[in-house]
Design a protein around this ligand. Structure first.
Ligand SMILES: Cc1ncc(COP(=O)(O)O)c(C=O)c1O
Length: 404
């Protein structure tokens, strides 16, 4: 994709006309194709063009199902390894619920994580008596050797964000995956700050479970994401409740089933024998999944390698510019650990918040984020950004420094 093509991509995001939008790590912009796809769905909901409500329902199911192959393509998974979820949090909670852990088993987390990566394990700690080992970061880096050192004979899982939310540090997932395989430890990954910006190939780098919401780097509207579950591990999961499991479709389909006089509600139910089993049973968030499918189509068409290259160009420029004006770059800048997030600091949290407010006043959208003393002004550079966006951020940051 050439520079001009990336300029054209901006037309999909009308919000860019009057904003310098550098906040995909908080919530990204949706492209026109996603809102149009949802609109098409809403038109169907409004008019019911099918002959019966049953067919109407099935047509909607099919529109929703288009999200799965797009997700599979994004991470090079197979479709039967993908479950549609409401959010990252939803996927991470199911992962924590389903892992077969017992009292005294240990789970490793690092101290840079977003709270929702930890919440389900904290809950499981209360309910089942598992133990959590917290690995401290080293100057914003999560090192695989530090995780390796913490693994004991009772360690059962490592849960980690492949890209950290406060400083954009991308961990060495390949080494971590090899380590976890070697030590027979489950690897649960939160991919929301990586996917859509930096490629991930689950055939090359095996993870056991990978949760991701759609509203950040996947540019999807709200309420849709996914959980990838590696096929070989699906049989080992032990969900505590059947309530959220999807039932296998009966012979002849649900339409016929509900018209059968002899059916009774209490029987031995069978659940879908693939990742889809973990989707919310019942009528799901159709508009969310339909928007996600359309946003992903755009990302998959551009290609994740090209997107990553574009992001490197933008972030290289931002890093160089910040250094020129004497601003501390908080994000570790080695390419293999980079993502779309560059966090920088002009001093204490108060000063960073004042800078963010100044930027927001001038229609430049960024956030301030911290965890375990790591953070600052977080700028997110996505494929729809351009060099002018970066230069505007730098210019305003330099002005701010001059006035403080
Ligand atoms: C690393 C990480 N995980 C999870 C979330 C929450 O995502 P969701 O709303 O999809 O549950 C966030 C949001 O900031 C995040 O940064």
């Amino acid at each position: 994709m050439t520079q001009t093509d990336f300029d054209k991509v901006r037309d999909h995001f009308p919000a860019l006309r009057d904003k310098v939008f550098l906040d995909a790590a908080c919530v990204s912009l949706a492209p026109r194709c996603a809102t149009e796809a949802i609109q098409r769905f809403l038109d169907i909901a409004l008019l019911c063009p099918e002959r019966s409500s049953t067919l109407h329902h099935i047509a909607m199911d099919e529109m929703r199902a288009e999200a799965r192959p797009e997700i599979a393509r994004l991470i090079n998974a197979d479709e039967d390894e993908i479950a549609l979820m409401e959010s990252t949090t939803h996927g991470l909670s199911i992962a924590a619920d389903c892992l077969p852990l017992e009292r005294g088993d240990r789970v490793i987390l690092c101290d840079l994580e977003f709270l929702q990566v930890a919440v389900p394990w904290c809950q499981k700690q209360k309910q089942t008596g598992i133990e959590i080992d917290l690995v401290p970061h080293r100057n914003g880096r999560v090192l695989i050797e530090d995780i390796a050192e913490r693994i004991t004979s009772r360690t059962r899982a490592v849960a980690i964000s492949s890209v950290q939310w406060s400083n954009g540090f991308r961990c060495d997932l390949k080494s971590l995956s090899a380590l976890c395989r070697d030590r027979q430890v489950w690897l649960v990954v939160d991919g929301i700050q990586q996917l859509g910006a930096m490629p991930m190939d689950v055939k090359e780098t095996s993870v056991d479970l990978l949760a991701c919401g759609g509203h950040k780097w996947l540019n999807s509207p709200f309420g849709a994401g996914f959980l990838y579950i590696r096929r070989e591990r699906q049989q080992e999961l032990r969900p505590s409740l059947a309530g959220y499991l999807s039932l296998e479709t009966p012979d002849g389909g649900w339409g016929d089933y509900f018209q059968t006089p002899s059916i009774t509600p209490v029987r031995d139910y069978r659940f879908v024998d693939e990742a889809r089993r973990y989707e919310t049973g019942g009528t799901a968030n159709y508009p969310g999944a339909i928007g996600l499918a359309a946003s992903l189509k755009l990302i998959n068409e551009i290609g994740t390698a090209r997107i990553a290259e574009r992001i490197y160009q933008l972030t290289d420029r931002l890093i160089a510019g910040l250094r020129t004006i004497g601003v501390e770059v908080v994000t570790p800048i080695a390419r293999e650990h980079r993502s779309g997030i560059i966090t920088f600091s002009v001093g204490e949290a108060k000063a960073n918040i004042a800078l963010m407010e100044r930027l927001l006043d001038r229609n430049v959208l960024v956030s301030v984020r911290y965890t375990s003393q790591v953070g600052g002004v977080r700028a997110s550079c996505h494929f729809y950004n351009n060099f002018e966006d970066i230069d505007r951020l730098l210019e305003l940051t330099e002005d701010f420094m001059g006035s403080h």
